[in-house]
Write a protein that binds this ligand. Structure first.
Ligand SMILES: O=C(O)[C@@H]1C=C(O)[C@@H](O)[C@H](O)C1
Length: 150
């Protein structure tokens, strides 16, 4: 199944571990990335990642991944609720993706209940804390087929 995974984290996720710990927990992004890298290595999956607070930087990275990765795991942060451009980028490169939210967005403010991505995601994982990243990678490794070689 998926042999290469790109993990993307959107705005403010660089603050993970110190940002509203009651909502997002105390695990840092660095810890999340280390765990994801180890998980992928154990599965012989190529792993890359990017966190950015800038929509266009994330979009450019998605474009760059075209034809190079089998799956994207993305926590878009607040861009989940605002970004048609991010949706269009993912659709435009035709890479299957898994949407992750650390918190249960459906238990929070109404504006967090809508996602511009969910209807196109292979799976949506929310409310599992940072375990959601592990679950997303496990799902992708089992369920997302490798892209056809050119
Ligand atoms: O739960 C999360 O990981 C998401 C992270 C954010 O930064 C919020 O803007 C989203 O609304 C929820």
């Amino acid at each position: 199944m998926a042999q290469s995974i790109l993990l993307l984290n959107g705005p403010n996720l660089n603050l993970l571990g110190t940002r509203e710990p009651a909502t997002y927990g105390s695990t840092t992004l660095s810890d999340v990335l280390s765990a994801a890298a180890s998980q992928c290595a154990q599965k012989n999956i190529s792993f890359s990642h990017l966190q950015s607070n800038h929509e266009g930087v994330l979009i450019d990275r998605i474009h760059e991944a075209r034809g190079k990765v089998d799956a994207v795991v993305i926590n878009p942060g607040a861009l989940t609720h605002t970004s048609v451009a991010l949706r269009d980028a993912l659709l435009g490169v035709d890479i299957p993706f898994v949407e992750v939210h650390i918190s249960n967005v459906h238990k929070r403010e109404p504006f967090r209940h809508h996602s511009y991505l969910s209807d196109k995601a292979e799976a949506v994982i929310c409310g599992l804390g940072v375990y959601g990243y592990e679950a997303a990678i496990e799902f992708a490794s089992r369920s997302i087929k490798p892209r056809k070689e050119a």
